[in-house]
Design a protein around this ligand. Structure first.
Ligand code: ATP
Length: 326
């Protein structure tokens, strides 16, 4: 069966790493039909809209979406796109690869980040001059959904350690609810789990990442802790992610549009290609997903490498090497 994939490269290095992922998918090989959509800063300038309705429709109708990166318009592009595909869970694995100079080579973590609410609910206001507020939304339903997803993910992927990240000692009502609900999901399943204050967790993750497996997080905490974990394994060029909903999903690198290196042809395509591998798993092509990961791992180990990993190769040379390995 042919799967229809929406491809939205977006801005900056999204334009460079997305074609790399398509090259790899074509070499996998899999029976995909790619439908291209535009979004981001350049589209806003041209059309007055960062996320045109046509692009929303392409993502909504596809079996899955591959998204590159958004620049200044990120909040107007990726947040609505995640909601167009109905995703509530953001899965962010942080895995240290052999051969790379990782700060913590024993890191093998997966952040399961709530993807719809928290401070990213977009409820901000300026009450009066110089006084602004942001409403943090935490609901029982979304907390239950993400906790169930997180415990299921740990179970299905062989992770023994589950940690629930929170800050319920300060945000007593909102994170109090998040923590209560997540703990009851763990208890209902008689699962082993720990809870951790998110600030202390940030420090422990740096010192002892090997003590953690799956980390279930509220929205902002998941965003920040996964970037921290990127630092542990060698940088943002390595972290893929999946935004998963009941019927659809969107796959994107954790990194943004990287304006400092955009247009130079030196972006590391690994995060984007590993996101495509997560998409393969999601669509039932687990074997192809494993082959893509093995090819990426092989090239990370033996080179060529992009400058963020200490090499001097460009995006295309690294992509070609991955395609060759496949
Ligand atoms: P956002 O807010 O959208 O996450 P940002 O500007 O905070 O974006 P990034 O665009 O992810 O962050 O870039 C952060 C740093 O990491 C930059 O120095 C960038 O060059 C580097 N970086 C990010 N992705 C890559 C990549 N794929 N290859 C090489 N370097 C990267």
């Amino acid at each position: 069966m042919t799967h229809e994939i929406a491809v939205i490269p977006g801005d900056g290095i999204g334009q460079e790493v997305t074609p790399a992922a398509i090259d790899v998918l074509e070499a996998a090989p899999v029976d995909f039909e790619f439908v291209h959509g535009d979004a981001g800063d350049a589209v806003l300038e041209e059309t007055g809209e960062a996320l045109p309705q046509e692009t929303r429709d392409i993502a909504a109708d596809a079996d899955a979406t591959l998204f590159g990166a958004a620049g200044e318009t990120a909040a107007d592009v990726i947040l609505p796109l995640r909601s167009v595909v109905g995703s509530f869970a953001n899965v962010r694995p942080a895995h240290a690869y052999p051969g790379l100079d990782a700060v913590q080579p024993q890191t093998d973590l997966v952040f399961i980040r709530e993807n719809t609410e928290g401070v990213y609910a977009g409820i901000e206001s300026e009450i009066t001059d110089g006084v602004t507020t942001c409403t943090r939304v935490i609901t029982e339903e979304a907390s239950r959904d993400i906790a169930e997803f997180g415990f299921d993910y740990a179970n299905q992927n062989g992770y023994d350690d589950v940690t629930i990240a929170h800050k319920a000692n300060v945000m007593r009502t909102t994170d109090g609810l998040f923590l209560d609900v997540a703990e009851s999901v763990g208890d209902e399943r008689s699962a082993d789990y720990d809870t951790a204050l998110m600030d202390a967790l940030a420090m422990h993750l740096i010192k002892h990442p090997e003590e953690y497996g799956v980390v279930i997080c509220p929205n902002l905490a998941g965003d920040m802790l996964s970037d921290l974990a990127a630092g542990l394994v060698g940088g943002l060029g390595l972290l893929p992610s999946a935004n998963v909903g009941p019927d659809n999903a969107l796959f994107e690198p954790v990194h943004g549009s990287a304006p400092d290196i955009a247009g130079q042809g030196v972006a590391n395509p690994s995060a984007m290609i590993l996101s495509a591998a997560m998409m393969l798993d999601h669509l039932g092509y687990g074997e192809e997903g494993d082959r893509v990961r093995a090819a990426v791992e092989d090239v990370l180990d033996s080179g060529p490498r992009t400058p963020d990993l200490g090499g001097d190769a460009g995006t295309e040379a690294v992509t070609d090497a991955i395609v060759d390995r496949l």
